[in-house]
Design a protein around this ligand. Sequence first.
Ligand code: NAG
Ligand code: NAG
Ligand code: NAG
Length: 241
Amino acid sequence: MKAGLLLSTLVAIATTSNAAPTLSLGPRSVLSKHGRRQISAECDLSALDNVTLPIAGTSLPAPGADFFLASITVGRGVQNYTCGNDSTAAPVSTGAIAILYEASCVGVADPDLLASLPGQALAISLPDDPQADLDCGSQPLERAGHHFFTAAKVPTFDFTESGDPELGLGAMSVGVKSPAPDASTAVPWLSLNRADGSVGPIQSIYRLNTAGGVAPATCANQEPGATISVQYAAQYWVYSQ
Ligand SMILES: *[C@@H]1O[C@H](CO)[C@@H](O)[C@H](O)[C@H]1NC(C)=O
Ligand SMILES: *[C@@H]1O[C@H](CO)[C@@H](O)[C@H](O)[C@H]1NC(C)=O
Ligand SMILES: *[C@@H]1O[C@H](CO)[C@@H](O)[C@H](O)[C@H]1NC(C)=O
């Protein structure tokens, strides 16, 4: 039902942009809207102008007034933690690694489906081929980039490999954290701000609709110094300037 609805919406969007191709340029020029070109025949990224960041009810700040929504991706990977010798202590976060999948067109066509994607992504494994699409939400999501932490523990989002290489690379610092609705299993929602080391137009990134990723409550039964990897998925909303 959802998939049929999405397909018909996408067909409607494709038909509209065929009828009026100049609409794909959006209100500003393509040059001033980095990463906002048409990424597929079915989806015009300028429609992201009409998509609202779903942060109502959280403590997360609104995006800067000059920023625009450049991309919505779904991240699927692991959150890593480690333990010392104290079995009563909580594991300490050491970073994360995830593949980012393009979901902007789902966000435009079907916000409810978009909201459900992290839960659906968590229920499936990453494909064996790291370049392959993620078959999630009744449709394949294309790889758009990857998320990792640098040796200095800087959360980094690399889109230089994507169909939107103009998005560049965001080296981010954590801004505000807001507990997920299901905080016992899902890592917090976050805002991340551009930091030194960024290349390209990314200004802020929001991690929303998280699924999974929470560490065990204590280090009981964990080997000291070993990495504990906990499967997770999340939406990453990317704002540029
Ligand atoms: C965004 O919404 C406005 C007002 O509803 C509409 O006129 C415009 O065509 C929409 N833009 C896109 C790209 O869908
Ligand atoms: C997290 O753990 C995985 C193994 O599960 C490893 O491949 C990855 O490099 C680790 N990343 C970080 C940032 O610790
Ligand atoms: C655990 O304790 C041993 C002995 O004191 C020490 O050599 C080791 O570095 C500790 N491991 C961690 C991960 O703290």
